[in-house]
Write a protein that binds this ligand. Structure first.
Ligand code: ADP
Length: 460
């Protein structure tokens, strides 16, 4: 195995065994994706991995019932202190083996999470949630191809320095809006070039990076792929971006809104369906080149957007991004190539015709986000929902257009009471994520913020 940064890898289990035998790989990261979309797991000595642990390994089952801070909230049916927080099985999906070129002698594999006793997939594990919807779509004869854009900010200082300074005086890596700027992004190539090249060498089909519409804001685009691959790529890329930034003494944040006066970071999701290798969203003779099937799919996406907004905006901070005039949408309407609508039709009149959901923030979990949108699209197809007319102009000012939930509290209520999601994902899965949403709100409600103190300390 070579770790040339510009070579693109497919790595089989046999390739890994050879790389271990000749000493090129000594460490294997066995990872699963948690509720927050993070890679969690263990670092294996590579010999142990290829001899035995490739079959399965184990982790504590609180890892799919925790928050960003690794707390152990009550109220989850799947696990608790009362049940003693047992184990899950992590089963490596050997088709996901890849080198990790930014770490010496290291490879990685993603794992599915299974019940310790039954060896059945844990229903609320993000990979299982997405696989269930992919299977439903396959039963209808379609394959979904998706692309998730990754936006983030790069900062001058490292994560450790920033944390020790109390997350104060945050200085982005550049001094001005760098949307599509080549000169400013040239100054950032010390970090962005290794990000592109290392991720490409890890087998991710990287298309490009570009400056985004704020100082220090970046976007990374990965070529569209089957939905599960797309979510795997997103999680590995997000993880890789943080690690590579860290290696260069910088910090990369996917917090959607780190400054109230600056635009936030999104993760737009491009979606298309395919049948027997042909673009099922394309109909040459139809308006916009959009097939009837695409119309039904989009109608489902739009109708059920309030139900699934939580999965596109899972934290308190996510909702700070939905502001007028910032390119972050607030309305469940669609438009043709218009960036103020929640859903944008792209690739009009071409085989690449697709829908881009612009609601999601950079903090979304790609497995869950894709799963709920597939579920909504499937519902639109099954119920032959009719697509409302496209909106035109500045959608922010369109009083008739429906709003997405504007707070985590409202999104949680929509999730909790969604009959559609309960049917599509399962009661247990909806209850699980409703609890995660409630906990996030409860934690925030306990806190006295700097804003309250500054506002009221003297004047209240
Ligand atoms: P933009 O100018 O909005 O960034 P791009 O042409 O760069 O648009 O495409 C954005 C994303 O859409 C890319 O990641 C690309 O791979 C993806 N994409 C292109 N065609 C399709 C398709 N048919 N289905 C899903 N995603 C697609």
């Amino acid at each position: 195995m070579k770790c040339d940064q510009t070579e693109h890898y497919e790595m089989t289990f046999d390739d890994l065994k050879k790389a271990v035998a000749d000493g090129a790989v000594d460490t294997v990261l066995a990872c699963f994706v948690d509720m927050q979309g993070r890679l969690m797991g263990k670092r294996f000595h590579a010999v142990n991995f290829v001899e035995t642990s490739y079959k399965e390994t184990h982790c504590c089952n609180y890892l799919l019932a925790t928050d960003l801070e690794m707390a152990t909230p009550d109220g989850y049916a799947s696990t608790s202190w009362e049940t003693g927080y047992g184990d899950y099985v992590m089963q490596p999906d050997l088709s996901t083996i890849r080198p990790v070129p930014w770490l010496e002698g290291t490879a990685m594999v993603l794992c599915d999470v299974l019940d310790h006793h039954t060896h059945q997939p844990v229903p609320h594990s993000p990979r299982a949630v997405l696989k269930k919807q992919i299977a439903r779509l396959e039963a209808l004869g379609f394959e979904a191809k998706m692309a998730t854009e990754l936006e983030f900010f790069l900062f001058e200082k490292s994560f450790d320095e920033i944390r020790k300074e109390g997350f104060r005086n945050l200085e982005p890596i550049s001094g001005y809006n760098e949307d599509y700027h080549i000169f400013q992004t040239t100054k950032e190539e010390g970090v962005m070039r290794p990000i592109r090249n290392h991720l490409y060498a890890a087998g991710l089909p990287i298309e490009n990076s570009k400056g985004e519409a704020e100082a220090g804001q970046e976007e990374l685009n990965i070529r569209y792929s089957p939905a599960l691959d797309c979510a795997d790529y997103h999680s590995i890329a997000k993880h890789g971006i943080k690690e590579i930034a860290w290696q260069h003494g910088r910090a990369a944040t996917f917090l959607p809104k780190w400054d109230k006066d600056r635009v936030g970071s999104s993760s737009h999701v491009h979606q298309s369906l395919w049948k027997d290798g042909e673009a099922a969203f394309y109909d040459k003779g139809a308006k916009h080149g959009m097939s009837e099937l695409m119309g039904h799919y989009m109608a489902g996406l739009i109708k059920y957007a309030p139900d699934y907004t939580y999965f596109l905006a899972p934290y308190i901070n996510s909702y700070k991004r939905f502001a007028k005039g910032t390119f972050a949408p607030t309305k469940t309407v669609w438009s043709v190539d218009n960036r103020t609508a929640g859903f944008r039709l792209c690739g009009e009149n071409t085989k690449s015709v697709r829908v881009e959901c612009r609601i999601g923030g950079s903090d979304l979990n790609p497995y869950l986000a894709q799963a709920v949108m597939l579920a909504a699209g499937i519902k639109g197809i099954e119920d032959r929902l009719e697509l409302p007319a496209a909106t035109k102009g500045d959608v922010y000012e369109d009083a008739k257009a429906a709003d997405i939930p504007q707070t985590l509290r409202a999104a949680t209520q929509s999730l909790r009471s969604s009959a559609f999601l309960r049917e599509a994902l399962g009661e247990d899965v909806v209850d699980h994520y409703t609890r995660a949403a409630e906990w996030e709100q409860e934690e925030f409600d306990r806190v006295v913020t700097d804003w309250e103190i500054a506002r009221g300390f003297e004047r209240a």
